[in-house]
Design a protein around this ligand. Structure first.
Ligand SMILES: C[S@@+](CC[C@H](N)C(=O)[O-])C[C@H]1O[C@@H](n2cnc3c(N)ncnc32)[C@H](O)[C@@H]1O
Length: 281
């Protein structure tokens, strides 16, 4: 997400982002649980954990449930997303082990005690100066502590190439337009995180790419994930796609007929995530 916190549309935007993040967690739960298991193997039994750019708490809540002796600090720019995280923590009965910290990491690093494990999922690329943030992370980890970084190599795709509405290639045109927008606003997306981690002093223990492809039949949450993602993308595409493409996109998002993503049976979920496990020596 771009830095929207001083923008009047920030609340709407963070509600839409929160929905996408929650659905991402629900639909890609087996990927998440695989990464958490891997963290468990490398991090042992951490007592203090920091989730950097926690959003609605996908990582923080999975970690607090896996590591029953741990406290988790969830840090994010957005107070609304942290509210959502706290509600979920209460429902899960883990609120006493989750501490939310609203902070803008582009401004200053907040006072945080030393931790054993840092989790940063799809958040580092949002920082104005990720190298500075990585240096702060290094200083906050105890020697021997682990940093787990996840980044999106490719944003989720849902549709078949031909959605049957006379606009083949529509989803790829959306992604090409979104990539142009992001190139201006999110310059660190897709940067070489391995060398940035090494430069900050970390030792890279492992790096893995997860090519995720979920195919039909999919649970209903996949349709909602497609709808929420396309709807959020749609807001930026007005001047960047043809009128025919925009009309088709609206049918896919809002249509209550068989063409709408909530009712299609030909959706899949394709996305690539890269994970680095980095240790403070
Ligand atoms: C794509 S979301 C990922 C959320 C979560 N880690 C997950 O995997 O679901 C990126 C998060 O980084 C947060 N963020 C962006 N810039 C930030 C900054 N300067 N300081 C703190 N958090 C920031 C956003 O508010 C958002 O919640």
């Amino acid at each position: 997400m771009e830095n929207h916190h001083h923008h009047p549309a920030a609340e709407t935007d963070s509600a839409a982002l929160g929905e996408v993040l929650d659905l991402d967690a629900e639909v890609l739960h087996s990927f998440l649980s695989e990464v958490i298991t891997w963290v468990h193997e490398l991090a042992g039994d951490p007592r203090r954990i920091l989730d950097l750019g926690s959003g609605t708490g996908t990582g923080a809540l999975a970690l607090v449930q896996r590591f029953e002796g741990a406290d988790v600090v969830a840090l994010d720019l957005s107070a609304q997303l942290l509210d959502r995280l706290r509600d979920k923590a209460r429902d899960l009965g883990v609120a006493d082990r989750i501490h939310t910290v609203p902070a803008d990491l582009d401004a200053a690093w907040p006072a945080i005690d030393t931790v054993d494990l840092v989790w940063a999922s799809s958040s580092l690329h949002h920082m104005a100066d990720p190298d500075r943030v990585l240096t702060e992370v290094f200083g906050t980890l105890r020697p021997g502590g682990l940093l787990a970084v996840t980044e999106m190599e490719s944003f989720p795709r849902f549709l078949p190439d031909d959605v049957g509405l006379g606009r083949p290639g529509l989803e790829e045109r959306c992604h090409a337009a979104l990539a142009e927008i992001r190139a201006g606003h999110v310059p660190h997306l897709g940067s070489d995180w391995g060398s940035r981690l090494t430069k900050a002093g970390f030792t890279i223990e492992a790096e893995r790419t997860f090519a995720i492809e979920l195919t039909p039949p999919l649970p209903a949450s996949a349709g909602r994930y497609a709808q929420a993602s396309l709807r959020r993308a749609r807001t930026g595409l007005d001047d960047r796609l043809s009128a025919d493409d925009l009309a088709t996109l609206d049918t896919l998002i809002d249509g209550d007929g068989p063409d709408g993503v909530l009712r299609r049976d030909d959706l899949s979920v394709r996305t690539t995530r890269a994970v680095w496990m980095a240790r403070r020596p």
